[in-house]
Design a protein around this ligand. Structure first.
Ligand code: UFG
Length: 338
């Protein structure tokens, strides 16, 4: 029997590359499709070093229907994990139409290509952003949904497209994975988060402060109704997150129907706690200062992880110190590298 092939759109990105590594370690062939808009070509060689095998990578845009059809024609793909999307909240406010096109049209085009190829197993990269402004903590999958910006709108719209498609055609088996805040890096230090421009997210920003590339951590708000006044989030190690994708694929193949699950640890940490944990990893206190709240931020959110456990047998195993250590190891290993 031929080996399983799984198409990873956006497979050279932060989360995609970790899922590719994990699949290859389990003897599944990852087929990457990426336009390298927010990832680097050097990731492919690094994945080859991690896995010890050549890595298939097609350079193409998710909106390129011919390229997608070609990939399905060339490889015996039996499932898809769809990461390829735009993901910066601020940018989505400036260029909403680009977000609608890449994220929503991108998903629809992909599902059309899958349908034409007779492939109906899909894992979709969703986000806790679909919970909008929920007040209930921890957040269960049944919490009310909403959005606060065009990026959030696209993730919710994609989830609705999926829901309707599944309802209309029961051949679809789609896992919607709602990520909380993915951080950290692969233990090999060969792949990790490597934004092409200045980071918006907390952990990569702290990493740049630790590396001496930015002067200090700017803490956005210390007057939230949280224990130390700073924002609380559910940070999850990217290797745990990758494991969640493999578990989702297993369950989709086994049960032939979809699921919606949170991928988080179920624990919230404040910005100050993250700065402290990163300082421990680095071995010195990192400088920080308090700034006004950032527009659109909620005070706190963390996952109810019970459903991920029930449906997927998934539980995150790495804590905040593990995440900061692994991020710092990756940053140190990347220093001076291309
Ligand atoms: N923060 C700072 N300083 C920074 C960056 C962030 O204090 O330089 C704070 C934020 O105010 C927030 C926390 O750190 O309290 C985390 O912020 P991130 O930008 O790292 O992450 P968010 O929780 O804002 O957003 C993430 C993803 C979004 C996704 C959302 C879903 O980046 O794509 O989680 O919950 F929509």
């Amino acid at each position: 029997m031929s080996q399983d092939h799984v198409l990873l759109t956006g497979g050279a990105g932060f989360i995609g590359s970790h899922v590719a590594a994990e699949l290859a370690m389990r003897n599944v062939v990852p087929v990457l499709l990426d336009n390298f808009a927010n990832s680097r070509r050097s990731v492919i060689g690094r994945l080859e070093r991690i896995t010890g095998h050549p890595v298939i990578c097609e350079e193409a845009d998710i909106l390129d229907a011919d390229a997608l059809a070609g990939v399905f024609a060339r490889y015996p793909i039996n499932a898809v994990v769809h990461f390829a999307a735009l993901k910066a909240v601020g940018e989505s406010l400036e260029r909403p139409l680009d977000y609608f096109q890449t994220n929503v049209s991108g998903l629809i085009g992909l599902m059309q290509a899958m349908q034409n190829a007779g492939v109906f197993t899909l894992v979709f990269s969703s986000s806790a952003t679909v919970y909008g402004d929920t007040a209930r903590l921890p957040i269960p999958e049944t919490a009310p949904l909403g959005y606060k910006n065009p990026y959030g709108f696209t993730k919710l719209a994609c989830e609705q497209v999926i829901e309707q498609a599944e309802e209309a055609d029961n051949r679809w088996a789609i896992g919607r994975l709602r990520y909380f805040n993915p951080v950290g890096a692969h233990p090999s230090c060969l792949i990790g988060e490597d934004p092409n421009d200045s980071p918006n997210n907390l952990m990569p920003y702290i990493a740049k402060v630790a590396a001496g590339e930015l002067p200090e951590v700017r803490i956005f708000g210390d007057d939230y109704p949280t224990p130390d006044g700073t924002g609380v989030r559910d940070y999850i190690h990217v290797c745990d997150l990758a494991d969640g994708h493999l578990k989702s694929l297993d369950v989709l193949h086994r049960e032939g129907r979809g699921h919606v699950v949170n991928l988080g640890t179920g624990r919230g940490h404040s910005v100050k706690e993250v700065v402290d944990a990163y300082s421990r990893a680095v071995g010195r206190d990192l400088p920080w200062s308090i700034h006004p709240r950032r527009d659109g931020d909620v005070a706190a959110n963390w996952a109810d992880p019970a459903c991920a456990m029930d449906l997927l047998g998934f539980q995150a195993t790495r804590d905040l110190d593990d995440m900061c250590r692994s991020s710092w190891n990756w940053i140190q290993a990347s220093a001076g590298r291309e």
